[in-house]
Design a protein around this ligand. Sequence first.
Ligand code: ADP
Ligand code: MG
Length: 349
Amino acid sequence: MINQTLKLQSIAFSYDYRQVVSDVSLTVNQGEIACLLGPSGCGKSTLLRLIAGFEQPDSGCIEINNHCVASAQQMTPPQQRNVGMLFQDLALFPHLSVAKNISFGLQNQSQQQQNQRVDDVLELCRLSEFKHRYPHQLSGGQRQRVALARAMAPKPQLILLDEPFSSVETGLQSELVHEVKQMLRADHSTALWVTHSLEEAFAVADQMGVMLSGQLLQWDTPTNLYQKPAHPDVVRFLNHANLVSGRISADGRLNTAIGSFDLSNKNKFAPQQQVQVAVNKNQLFINPKQTSNAVVSACVYQGGFYLITALLEDGNRIKFRNEFAIKSQQSICIEPFNNNQYNGFLITE
Ligand code: ADP
Ligand code: MG
């Protein structure tokens, strides 16, 4: 049976009567790395603070290894949750050596056990040679690894990482992301990793979600999030697809300016309803044999392919990837690949 290390059930939380987390439910299975994506201010850090035990939910329940640790009625203190946290600013102790920083959470173990675990984690994080240095004697990337080693040392059931790379220079980030992923995997850690970087999330996540204004819009595998977005705002945030509008026909298909779609969730809609569909920028092609339905308005080389913007007859713009450049003002016929499953979204605005 799969062990659910973390389970959030309809968590809600307000600061001073202003709700910043609304009805958030998710699970993270043992050994998985889960990523929570979302823009600044959407409530990601607050959610981690709730899980770590620094805030108490107004409603809902937080379970760690099938035990409720937080609800409106109940609150297990942070030090009894067995959760490690890697803060955005790392929060290393400047007056302690690398080894002492790492052993900080191991005080209840014998000296021998502490030394052993410190050495093991140092090796895992490739920090052995820096054991006796102080934080100011390390590079940004090395400090990052010390902070992770410190969080991992007590073997917490769950590690929370709050935008761990925001203080590291851009060039180093992608390298570090892979290193940290490997360290977590090597220690069989279970982690919830918060980031606003799409690249970072897709590089590490087994499960991931998009959070906006305190709400978790979708919690799913990275491929499902990409291919089967559950909300138009997920599409807007990932920025990988076009939202194409149309109207449901009498036979249940969605008719749009770029053709007709057979929706995987068509029984949700009635004829004449206005619906949007997410069409990935690389799920569109130019059909030279058909009469035109769009005019090219921009063509930008993006290394390996061109990103074409075209104006559709209904006034909407559409973006797609093409192997070749196309001149501005050229008339073309754009069509979606029809061997895909598309989800429709009712237009409510
Ligand atoms: P994120 O980590 O996604 O950037 P946060 O969880 O830090 O977002 O913040 C969510 C919202 O809660 C923001 O509007 C923020 O201003 C507000 N907020 C955060 N901390 C506090 C606090 N201690 N008191 C009041 N409001 C707060
Ligand atoms: Mg934050």
